[in-house]
Design a protein around this ligand. Sequence first.
Ligand code: LLP
Length: 471
Amino acid sequence: MVSTSAAVRSGLHFLPTPTTQTLSPNQLLLPLTAIVNSQDHLEIGGCDVPDLVQRFGSPLYILDEETLRSGCRHYRQAFHRYYPGESLVIYASKAWNCLAVCAIVASEGLGLDVVSGGELYTALQAGVNPELVYFHGNNKSIDELQFAIETGCTIVVDNWHELETLARTKAEGGRMNGNPPSPIRILLRIAPGIDCHTHEYIRTGHRDTKFGFDLDQLDQVFAFVSQKPALNCVGLHAHMGSQIFELQPHVDLAGMMMRWMSKAAQYGLPVKELDIGGGLGIRYTEADDPPSIDEWVRVICEGVVRVCAEQGMPLPRLMAEPGRSLIGSACVTAYTIGSHKVIPGLRTYVTVDGGMSDNPRPITYQSVYRAVLANKLSAEATETVTVAGKHCESGDIVIKEAQLPQTHPGDTLVVMGTGAYNYSMASNYNRLTRSAAVLVNAGEANVILQRESYQDLIHHDCLPERLVEKG
Ligand code: LLP
């Protein structure tokens, strides 16, 4: 394992080693297949990274298929190992939703969590089985609810407004496609009131949250749902937050949710599914020490099995919704270095050709990343520089203190751990075109997201006739 105290001597320091190869994907800094090749270049999925930049331009998201598939398998195998009942792993596609990612995850036997009509549409277009899709969100529109009902996916109901809307919609029209009305399959989302340590913006389990039903209201909610034949409440859901390294809150959550399952059953609700959300963190820097996927799944499974035994309850179909820990470490972003600004005695800024538009996490959550020079991987890290983005915003800093060899314009800088919440939160700020993404595997690189063009940028712009210069 990479020692947290080891000095960063070169980019080689971050490569997987025979020891780190046995780590869970969420504990890796670089993807599983990362190596240094004979040209002293970083290679991922059998592809030379500077060469990928030559071919596909930069910034470029490089997604390693093997690491992503390995994450899916770690989750599924851990559930099989530790849970005697039925289980389902649902990929929280908000981490990165696009056709190729949905297709890969589905091919590994995972279900999908979507939070908008757009994510649902993409999942369906990728061929995901709607029966394995769970539709989340705290303010789903009527159109989104109808879309979800038509496709037959499960709706994770967040609040009273949604509950009442669903009961009414169903009573009024049933299925939009003319099929005989059948009850809508729902889970109820609970705000569990459990605190955990992570950034304030990505905590959701505490009581003061916009998501889910407050515990004080659950009796009323259960009573309401039990009176609505249009609603088929098959289970409960909770999610505590993201980038969490602690295990105990998840054990507590599993225990308390089982007690609420028991309560729901007393109201006659046919609850059989327990979805305990996602949240497992990943290693962005050597200082991060997340538990493995295996450990995370084990403590949750043991917690549920224990409570079921104590209370004499049947084992639920147990579900988890990982996003970041499945895909975060499977991707890197390659940038091309451009301008430098040296302020003697103060700081050196090294600027890349992207920034907050392709990775808004540093400016949003003060997230810390690590980087290497992909075209001189073994060069000694001799400088501490600030890697700046190219946006017109002083806060657009990719890495505040990066240890790198001397850099030059044209060098390829690779930032690690950009698979989750990077592309999915990307923007066109300053009218930058959104970056391309390639999927790499065994020496092959396939474009999975095309780089946007200037034409794409104005595709939805409209210029009213009266503003067109006559001339
Ligand atoms: N389930 C629900 C209901 C969620 O809201 C989330 C994440 C997940 C599962 C997946 O959580 P994960 O396993 O990825 O931690 N943009 C932020 C993260 C926002 C997380 C939103 N919900 C970031 O970049 O850190």
